[in-house]
Structure formats: structure tokens, C-alpha cells
Design a protein around this ligand. Structure first.
Ligand SMILES: Nc1ncnc2c1ncn2[C@@H]1O[C@H](COP(=O)(O)OP(=O)(O)OP(=O)(O)O)[C@@H](O)[C@H]1O
Length: 303
């Protein structure tokens, strides 16, 4: 599989802020890749450098083998970037905006593809509406459409669902998943960790400009998150000593963190064998939020 995005030793400083601090990354063609991190971690700076909009202090980036600085035009054609900011020329309709964007890439007679994008994003009814008259969510859809007019093989989305309603999110994710199935490489930043968990096969976590974790989503979940089992016993029942030794008590409930799902059954069997009555229980699955909180809270971070 070819390398879609290669980042080597990328560094960018703004005054005293080290926005990106020696980032190395490789994203393979066809991946659905997540770039996560708290506010100010350097995600947008990295994406801007990728799009050739920010000049790094050091390091290099390639998109499908094309250097984003020395081969700017070739690299830019291979890339579709959906920016975070909703910025448009307000004088054009949606269709005009997409035609003009096609023109930037030297593509004429692009209406068949534009119609397909509009339809996939549920924008057909807004094709002749001026962009200034669109709601925020609609503008977000146009940004996505704009990034796709030249059919880029690599698509980068910077918080595409920020401030977007449930329906649009679903439309957007369906479309992006389809593009990924068709072979497009997707790189995504989001603060909605459940979205990253659902869609991204691999995730890089950034903190203060550095990559602090890089692994498949399932490995991150396995390594840094656990199943939690909450039990409430009948009044007067005491948890067996071997279980109490590994459980924490919260009010009248016991909480256990378990590495593997199979351990749940063993715990329940032991509790029942001790003659306890379980009045209530709740099972929490590993989730990316726990992984994120754990990794961001650490001083020394494992890769
Ligand atoms: N043009 C700029 N001038 C000065 N500082 C900047 C500039 N752009 C970014 N920064 C700073 O660089 C750091 C990284 O910012 P960046 O926008 O890349 O983070 P982010 O991970 O995208 O954050 P968010 O999740 O809030 O979008 C921040 O401290 C930010 O204030």
C-alpha cells in the first residue's frame, strides 16, 4: 500500500508557542485516520502545513510522494481539505462556488460531479442559493463539497461536525465512509471521540505539538481503557473478600475495572456463589474518552 501522507520532523513555532514539535507520521493509502488532541495541540497547524498554507520551520510533508512545498501544485491536486473556519465569498451561489473552485484546479464542465456531490450531501435544493443565506450547518456541507470538486484521493477534514446537527452528521459520515470504501484516504480531526472511535482505524494523539500515542483504535482501547462493572448488592450482603480486594466502593455500589469482558462472568459467578443478591448492575465498555483522558493526563507518555 502506498504512503498517502508522510510527515517527517515537522516543526512550527509561533513566537513563544511551539505549535508543532517534531512530528513524524505516516498514513497509508486507503486509511481512515484520526488526529486527536486537546485545544491548541497543533492539529490545525499540522493540517495547514499539509495543505501548504503554513510554512514549517523544519521538516517536510509529502502527499502521495509529492512534496507540499517543492511540488505544491501537484501535492495540492491530490488533497482535499475541509477547513474548520466557515469562510466564503458571499456573492456566489452554492453551484457557482463549486464551479469557481473547479476552475482553480483547471477543471471545466464539472457539473455532473458537482451534482453528485450536492446530492450526496443533501444540498441539491440549495444549489442556487447564495452562500451568505445558508445556515451554519449548510455552509459546513458546502465546505465539504468544495474540498471534493477535484476528486482528491486524500481528504483531510478539520472538525467537520463541529456545531452540526445529528441529521447532517449522519449524512456526512455516510458520504465520507463511502468515499473511504471507494479508496479515498481520510484524515480527520474531531473533538467528538465517539466519532473517531466509530470511524477511524488508526489514531494519532497530539499533545503540545507532539505525537504522544499512535496506534490502531482497537489497540488504544485495549491498552488504555477497561470494562467497568458496577454492582449494587442487597442490603446486608457483603462482597466476597477476593472481589472486594479489587473493587472500589462508591456509596452503596461496588465498581470494578476489568481488562477483559470474560472476567465479568467470573466476577458475577463468584458473587452469586457467596450468596449475594445483585439488585442492580451496569457494564461500561472501554471507550476512547477514557484513553484520551488517561493519555493527556500523563507527564511521560508511551508511544
Ligand atoms: N497564526 C498563529 N499565530 C500565533 N499562534 C498560533 C497561530 N496559529 C496557531 N497558533 C497557536 O499554536 C498552537 C496550536 O494551535 P492549533 O490551532 O494548531 O491547535 P489545534 O490542535 O488545532 O486546536 P483546536 O482543537 O482548538 O482547533 C496554539 O497554542 C495556538 O494558539
Amino acid at each position: 500500500m502506498a504512503t498517502a501522507i508522510l510527515v517527517r520532523g515537522l516543526t512550527k513555532r509561533y513566537g513563544v508557542v511551539q505549535a508543532v514539535d517534531g512530528v513524524d507520521l505516516e498514513v497509508a493509502e486507503g486509511e481512515f485516520f484520526g488526529l486527536l488532541g486537546p485545544n491548541g495541540a497543533g492539529k490545525t497547524t499540522l493540517i495547514s502545513a499539509l495543505a501548504g498554507l503554513v510554512r514549517p520551520d523544519a521538516g517536510r510533508i509529502e502527499v502521495l510522494g509529492k512534496d507540499v512545498q517543492n511540488q505544491y501544485r501537484e501535492a495540492r491536486r491530490l488533497l482535499g481539505v475541509v477547513p474548520q473556519e466557515l469562510v466564503f465569498d458571499p456573492f456566489f451561489t452554492v453551484r457557482e462556488t463549486l464551479r469557481i473552485q473547479s476552475g482553480y484546479f483547471g477543471i471545466r464542465h464539472n457539473d455532473d460531479w458537482i451534482d453528485e456531490i450536492l446530492s450526496s450531501l443533501d444540498l441539491t435544493g440549495k444549489a442556487d442559493t447564495s452562500t451568505r443565506a445558508l445556515s451554519g450547518g449548510m455552509k459546513r456541507r458546502v465546505l465539504v463539497a468544495q474540498a471534493l470538486v477535484h476528486r482528491p484521493p486524500v481528504i483531510v477534514l478539520d472538525e467537520p461536525t463541529a456545531g452540526v446537527d445529528v441529521e447532517l452528521r449522519q449524512t456526512l459520515w455516510r458520504f465520507i465512509q463511502r468515499l473511504n470504501r471507494e479508496g479515498h484516504t481520510i484524515v480527520l480531526t474531531t473533538h467528538y471521540l465517539e466519532e473517531a472511535e466509530s470511524y477511524c482505524g488508526r489514531i494519532a494523539m497530539l499533545k503540545a505539538g507532539r505525537v504522544v500515542a499512535l496506534d490502531t483504535t482497537s489497540n488504544l482501547l485495549r491498552r488504555f481503557s477497561q470494562h467497568s462493572l458496577r454492582l449494587r448488592l442487597a442490603e446486608g450482603d457483603a462482597l466476597p473478600a477476593e472481589i472486594a480486594a479489587i473493587a472500589g466502593q462508591r456509596g452503596n455500589q461496588w465498581v470494578l475495572s476489568l481488562d477483559r469482558f470474560e472476567q465479568v462472568e467470573a466476577v458475577l459467578a463468584t458473587v452469586r456463589a457467596a450468596g449475594c443478591t445483585i439488585e442492580d448492575m451496569e457494564l461500561g465498555k472501554p471507550d476512547l474518552e477514557e484513553v484520551f483522558v488517561k493519555l493527556m493526563g500523563r507527564e511521560e507518555l508511551p508511544l
